[in-house]
Design a protein around this ligand. Sequence first.
Ligand code: MTE
Length: 347
Amino acid sequence: MLIKKPSDIKSSEITPESVFRNRREFMVDGAKALLGAGVASAFPGMAYAQNGDLLKARAPAGLSRSAPAAWWQDKFSNIKPAPDAEPFYTAESLTPYTDVTQYNNFYEFGMDKGDPSANSSEFKADPWSVEITGAVAKPGKYNLEDILKPHALEERIYRLRCVEAWSMVIPWIGFPLADLIKRFEPTANAKFVEFETLVDPETMPGIASRFAIVSWPYREGLRMDEAMNPLTLMAVGVYGNYLPPQNGAPMRLIVPWKYGFKSIKSIVKINFRETQPPTTWNDLQANEYGFYANVNPAVHHPRWRQDMERRLPQTLFSRQYIETRLFNGYADQVASLYQGMDLARYY
Ligand code: MTE
């Protein structure tokens, strides 16, 4: 990950956190009311928009240009709001929608922070399928509807800490990865889970770029107990609406206690295996990016200091630096996974 000039973020575009938090409270009822009031084509995210500027009846980016399938709309009209308690929620200020969707790392669309939002208009997250392979009783190629249908959606407000020393607080919509994994019935040989992102040079211009440094597909992996931890989320939405392509439509991983590069986007393959899988950044530069990638202020990184982070949004005149916490503040939930391990060695 190269460090680039931060994109300009207009303060006029910042949605006050209080507005969003109020929206959350009537999100479910509001969505139902809207749908019932004959605005049936309205996307549930409009419930958030009633108060103003956010998500103004925009098309669900990355899904079909027309209204998404009824089952998909249905899911988003019934989202369980995050509980007002850690660890699935944090009272820290939310990073505004504009920053969350315009300051991205998604190298398949380019290497600058603004590239994913600027270069993803051709990306299609519908139709979509996910291949399940390896040590499971139920392998197969499942379409998105089959993957998502049994899972109730919930909101989780998590910190996201990038190894590049910036961070955000993001309201995701998703469901526990553990619930998905159980459905495929992993066998005793399933010690690790490996994920792969779509490779489509036609709609992902960063792939064919001569500046591309990644050997595609982008790959990530987790140990099985990490994958089954209740914090690990399969996200399908953000800020009450569908994931835009730049955030990993139609489904991406969120592992909040690890550096952001573990949270792989636009997943098309999940493989269960006995040995630790190769992962993109570890393959590229093993001395900088480990397999574990647990947020850890005590483990040195050759290019970015890891004891502090720059909390977005920032403007030219105000930069907010805060102390980075072990496991990104989720130690109570995950420290036991690494008991007895030398975290400086297994970084
Ligand atoms: N997934 C894919 N397929 N390609 C990528 O380049 N970048 C990672 C991760 N997932 C990346 C990816 C990195 S470095 C980070 S910090 C997060 O996505 C950023 O997620 P966000 O853009 O939604 O904030």
